[in-house]
Design a protein around this ligand. Sequence first.
Ligand code: PMP
Length: 454
Amino acid sequence: MLSNSLVELDRAHWVHPVASYRGHEKAGVRVLRSAKGATVTDSAGHQMVDGFAGLWCVNAGYGQESIVEAAAAQMRELPYATGYFGLGSEPAIRLAAALAERAPGDLNHVFFTLGGSDAVDSTVRFIRYYQQARGKPEKDQFISVEQGYHGSSTVGAGLTALPAFHAGFGVPFDWQHKIPSHYAYRNPVGGDAGAIIAASLDALRSKVEALGGPERVAAFYCEPIQGSGGVLVPPPGWLKAMREACRAMDILFVADEVITGFGRTGPLFMCEEEDIVPDLMTTAKGLTSGYVPMGAVFLSDAVYGTIADSAGAAAIGHGYTYSAHPVSAAVGLEVLRLYEGGLLENGRRAGARLMAGLEALRDHPLVGDVRGRGMLAAVELVTDKARKTPLPATAEPARRIFDRAWDNGLIIRAFANGVIGYAPPLCCTEAEIDAIVERTRRTLDQTLADPDVR
Ligand code: PMP
């Protein structure tokens, strides 16, 4: 007999994503019941500002009626349409066109997925196909960046460079390689932008040489800001320098904008602000603001054209049952309308306030670093500022900080190394931003007073 308690049912049956299964069983699930704007309510009626927009995805905020209406209307009219057999639906076509129109440069071709991991997987398939198509099958090595995150599929997890996604899973594959991150706060070359860029360029070129030269390397992947690695913001010019280095070596440059896309850092795409045009770009999360699942891969004219020409009349065997799901596409169109109808603007204002508020926390004894852009930020905690000593792992800082913030009415992302991540909905009011900062300070004060953390 199953218990009626949700906690018991969860403990017995739901395998949670990215969790310590035994730790979760012990702690028990926290059930979220409802949400409106930037405020989430749990099953006990406890209200919190969601400083992380779910999982950096609910950019439009909760309870946006027009999104609900768009989904319901599409479900009534046509709840499913495949893109196979030469078929399609109006929202999918309109969304592809709207995205292509707004994407940087010649990223004019859009392949829809269900989320970010399969978007990354799709790029690997397209890139291998492209390199074969242009007669360079030996260009089959892939490079990404330490601390990077590119999903949790088998192929994506191998491009990801976070230990928990590798250990025990048999990845990365031998064609997946890494170079060090730009991580300014802890970079061995120091915090100087020029030195960091030079070191990254050097690392990329050395890695390419070690792999047998540019004729062996298919693509380089990076996030415009490394998200799951702890919100690591590259110095100004880093992205452009890496993009140009890849172009010079005939290596495809893939920008993974799954987090940074759709207003998270200000504009629709961060590449736009950095004045770069990648060869491929991945997005998800903010594309539908998390209301329904969807991701999108953008292909340049050259990549798409080469693949298309090479296949001729033959089918290119890559696709999903739910590629370009019409309900997701209808939601995507409405979310895009909201972004351009004021949400991006509000996000920019709120982001400036958030960054200023978090910067003011630098005076706190536990705060070693504050970084971010727009509505994407992090505070890195240390026990000794001069030595940059991380919080002791034995104190399980992630759990402690998350729990305290929760009790203080704030949801944040607490990383295992004592980094606190922020990605609030773009609809946040000034009062909500101030509450995020104020509740963070209270959480830090309580953490400072905790003898286990020092
Ligand atoms: N790439 C990046 C940069 C991400 O942050 C994520 C998810 N956090 C993914 C890919 C994978 O997306 P998903 O979880 O939707 O599969």
